[in-house]
Design a protein around this ligand. Structure first.
Ligand code: PPS
Length: 883
């Protein structure tokens, strides 16, 4: 018996079955526990509490000896609380988890008093119980009570006030678990299918079979409700108990009126076991999982059978949910995400730099009710029976949060991954060791998706919703007036209208859509000659722009500039996003930065992957940028800062600045999206169009069009562009040139990298950035030790004085670059480190400003405003804000 195995160290297992085995054993066991805890001065809170709670105990052996038994251990009492079911629901886990609590004393074995041993009488029953102090709760668990008709009246007659805990689990899984257990003892029983159906072709389920009957929870519950109030019953989700043991146990503690002592700290996810285990259970100082009979591999059951049974249980489930007032549907539907919170970005990057695509290899201990066949149908690469390979996207958020999203997951059946039993091990090809090494076990968890309901199964947005939800970034967005009255017209999404319960968890979709919509609409409007960046919901006029055919126009409504919401869309969106971030709770704070981080990421992915699949090169870029430019705490701030510095330098002291001055205060970089993508994939780093005349804020359409072609006239005017076919892996060509201003007034700048290993280049440029930052924040001393207020001089000084040999080596190069046309030097900074981020920030700021006052050029002037004194960069910083 598992109980015995698990309890073995504390209470020697008995040979007898049922209640008999309890006789004469438990009292000693309990006493020993208390005593040993007392004596060893245990650090276990439970033990401490016992020691403290025992009258007259002062922690000395002599005192302890002088105490009466009752003083030492309390008295045997009838239980105040019972775990009454359901069998195979996770009752053992709840019992073992709750008994860590110092105010709980639990019987380790199942006494079966109210079903099998009732005629032995209450005194017998009481005699089985561990001694408890007055402050402690006496608890026992016998899962069969829940389906025993006599149990409720009998328990009620013992005490009206007994608290009842029921652990429920998807009834089909429960049945399979039940059957698997029986099969392990009696291998000759008929198949599951044979037992489950009277007539399978007719779909006639055999409700007389216990394994089926137990799962008709509502029928049993109705019986209980004749004797107990619903408020006396607490329902634990067996699924959540696995994915979020601390959360479930928190609620159990609340229900029992206990202080929340059992928390996340007590659990870790044991990857070998595939379940959460206790870090330090009551009886041992060692981490401990439940025994082998908990978490067995289930027998394989045909998918069709499972579906038939799901169908059968559906009405019972619905009624049960209604009665209990909780929805136990906890299967992740659209997104199965793993969220890792660890600092691994860099290592991972270096290990996977050359991969063609990110492949996540995931080992999944498949349950019988999972469907290997289905996997094969999906053409997923099955490497063996228990594992599969999925292509996933990796999102790198800031602060070391990495989200891995499995794209194909949402296409699968909702219960495909049997989430309540999922045992997910992951590793990324070629980087497994890094992941394992750098991800502390306790920082790895399977995201909770129980609240992730879908509106439109299979849509990317749903995955993103799930993604954000899992990342703690999402919460349902809603209009202030609630479902159905939303200004945002969910109907316009072509989706079924949301109901209060199915209301989409919209945060990510909002962000995603917002960005898509904004970008497309803005570009569109821009190209049409409107200069205010207004969006009107139309699709972009050109295929060259990044579009999302599926939802472009809808997201325009949903996101920014939707007709009804145009006045307050940012605010609304902002509120939505802010409140959605509320759910971060303990994990992260609600900050605008956070929102921006996410937006930046999503936009990045949009830029790099206009439609669906992000390929490695793009992901690499993200990762690269994340690591270098953003992957630091307060990354967004840093970006702002970098951007500001960049703007300042650009506008103030470069030789080229004259051009910009002529251009009335501001410069604007347009990094054409597709070119951006191409640039990074072809080792050409960046193609910038400088638009010096901002007052005519317009990019001729034909130029945008031609940019997407490598043979672009603009590019060729740039002079140095070529496809770098011989480029060796890991090397970049770095050539830049600034062409003559073209007839439309643009100055094309093409940049390429050559001959520098990525690492070198990054290193140098990062240093350069740091130096620049240092200069800006903290004016450096010149050689005489005086502060210099000349930005250009300052940067020279810093560079010259840089102790680092590498950087010194770079100096001539940088200087040479800056000399020719002036712009180059500083272009390196954003180009290499933060080009994407700057782009994002620009867009974000433009978006916000546009939403607010629709004066794009004015906004741009604000963002890029040149300080009165070109040498006081601090001023620029203060100009630049999203407030
Ligand atoms: N932390 C942890 N470790 C191991 N197992 C866990 C845990 N939490 C819940 N579970 C699930 O508990 C299922 C067994 O349920 P019970 O303890 O109620 O079974 S029993 O009725 O007492 O036999 C067992 O079912 P199977 O997986 O079918 O074996 C587990 O899925």
């Amino acid at each position: 018996m598992t109980n015995q195995t698990y309890e073995g160290k504390r209470c020697p297992p008995s040979k007898n079955a049922g209640g008999k085995k309890l006789l004469g054993k438990l009292d000693n066991c309990a006493s020993l526990n208390v005593r040993s805890a007392f004596q060893r001065g245990s650090s276990d809170p439970r033990d401490q509490s016992k020691a403290q709670g025992s009258p007259g105990t002062h922690g000395t052996d002599a005192n302890f000896k002088n105490m009466s038994v009752a003083q030492k251990y309390g008295n045997k009492k009838l239980p105040n609380a019972l775990i009454v079911g359901v069998k195979k629901g996770g009752t053992r886990a709840v019992l073992e988890f709750i008994r860590i609590h110092p105010d709980v004393r639990a019987l380790g074995t199942e006494p079966h008093f109210f079903d099998r041993n009732y005629d032995r009488g209450l005194d017998w029953y009481r005699g089985l119980m561990p001694r408890t102090l007055d402050s402690q709760i006496t608890l026992e668990k016998t899962p069969s009570y829940f389906v025993t008709r006599e149990a409720p009246p009998r328990i009620s007659s013992m005490s009206h006030d007994t608290k009842l805990i029921v652990v429920v689990r998807n009834p089909v899984t429960r049945a399979i678990s039940d059957y698997t257990q029986t099969l392990s003892k009696k291998p000759d029983i008929p198949t599951f299918e044979e037992l489950a159906f009277k007539n399978r072709s007719l779909g006639l389920v055999d409700t007389s079979w216990n394994a089926i009957r137990i799962g008709m929870y509502i029928l049993h519950l109705e019986n209980w409700l004749q004797y107990f109030r619903l408020s006396q019953m607490h329902f634990v989700s067996g699924e959540r108990l696995i994915t979020d043991p601390a959360g479930e146990m928190g609620r159990v503690q609340d229900f029992l009126g206990l202080k929340r002592i059992i928390t996340d700290k007590h659990f870790y996810f044991n990857r070998t076991k595939g379940f959460p285990c206790l870090k330090k259970p009551e009886s041992s100082s060692q981490p401990r999982c439940l025994g082998k009979s908990k978490g067995r591999t289930h027998v394989q059951i045909e998918q069709e059978v499972i579906e038939q049974l799901q169908e059968f249980y559906r009405p019972f489930n619905i009624k049960f949910y209604e009665t209990v007032g909780q929805d136990f549907k906890s299967e992740p539907r659209s997104a199965l995400c793993l969220l890792f919170k660890c600092e691994i970005v860099k290592e991972y990057l270096s290990e996977t730099e050359n991969d063609k695509e990110i492949r996540m290899q995931m080992e999944i201990k498949m349950l019988s009710s999972c469907h290997l066949k289905e996997l094969k149908d999906k053409k997923l690469n099955m490497t063996n029976n228990n594992s599969l390979t999925l292509v996933g996207r990796i999102y790198f958020l800031r602060e070391g949060i990495i989200i891995i999203m499995l794209h194909d997951v949402s296409m699968m059946k909702e219960d495909f991954f049997c989430p309540w039993r999922i045992w997910l091990q992951y590793y990324i090809k070629d980087a497994a060791s890094v992941w394992k090494k750098t991800c502390p076990k306790d920082k790895f968890f399977i995201g909770r998706t129980e609240e992730n309901r879908e509106e439109a199964p299979g849509k990317t947005q749903d995955m993103l919703e799930g993604l954000c939800l899992l990342a703690g970034l999402g919460k349902p967005w809603d209009s202030p007036r609630g479902a159905g009255t939303s200004d945002w017209e969910e109907g316009s999404l072509g989706l079924p209208s949301a109901t209060p319960t199915t209301r989409p968890w919209i945060s990510a979709r909002w962000m995603d859509g917002w960005m898509d919509g904004w970008m497309d609409g803005w570009m569109d409007g821009w190209m049409d000659g409107r200069t205010d960046g207004q969006m009107d919901g139309r699709k972009p006029a050109t295929e060259n722009l990044s579009t999302r055919e599926d939802n472009t126009s809808q997201v325009l409504r949903l996101g920014m500039g939707g007709k009804k919401s145009e006045r307050n869309n940012w605010e609304n969106s902002g509120h939505g996003a802010m409140s959605l971030v509320d759910t971060l709770g303990e994990r992260r704070l609600v900050t605008e930065e956070l929102l921006l981080e996410l937006l930046t990421d999503l936009l990045s992915s949009r830029l790099l992957s206009p439609l669906l699949g992000i390929e490695l090169r793009d992901t690499q870029l993200l990762r690269w940028l994340s690591t270098r430019g953003l992957g630091v705490p307060l990354g967004v701030k840093v970006l702002f800062f970098v951007f500001t510095v960049f703007s300042f330098v650009l506008l103030s002291f470069l030789p080229f600045a004259g051009e910009l001055e002529d251009a009335s205060e501001a410069g604007f970089l347009l990094i054409e999206q597709r070119r951006f993508l191409e640039v990074f994939s072809n080792s050409v780093l960046l193609e910038l169009l400088m638009e010096p005349v901002l007052s005519d804020f317009r990019l001729p359409k034909q130029d945008v069009d031609t940019l997407s072609s490598p043979a672009s006239p603009i590019l060729s005017r740039g002079g140095e562009h070529r496809e770098s076919k011989e480029k060796r892996e890991g090397e970049l060509d770095l050539i830049w040139s600034l062409a003559e201003r073209d007839q439309d007034g643009f100055i094309p700048l093409s940049l390429k990298a050559r001959g520098l290993a990525i690492d070198d280049l990054e290193d140098k440029l990062c240093r350069w950035m740091l130096l620049t930052n240092g200069r800006t924040e903290n004016p450096p001393k010149n050689s005489k030790g005086n502060s210099t207020d000349s930005a250009s001089e300052a940067s020279e000084v810093r560079l010259d004085e840089a102790p680092d040999a590498k950087l010194a080596g770079l100096l001539p190069e940088l200087k040479a670059l800056s000399k020719g046309a002036g712009l180059g030097l500083m272009m390196l900074l954003p180009m290499q480190i933060d080009a994407l981020s700057i782009w994002n920030i620009l867009l974000l700021s433009v978006a916000k400003q546009t939403a607010e006052n629709r004066k794009l050029p004015a906004m741009l002037r604000g963002v890029l405003k040149r300080p009165q004194s070109p040498h006081k960069s601090g001023q620029l910083l203060s100009h630049f804000s999203f407030a």
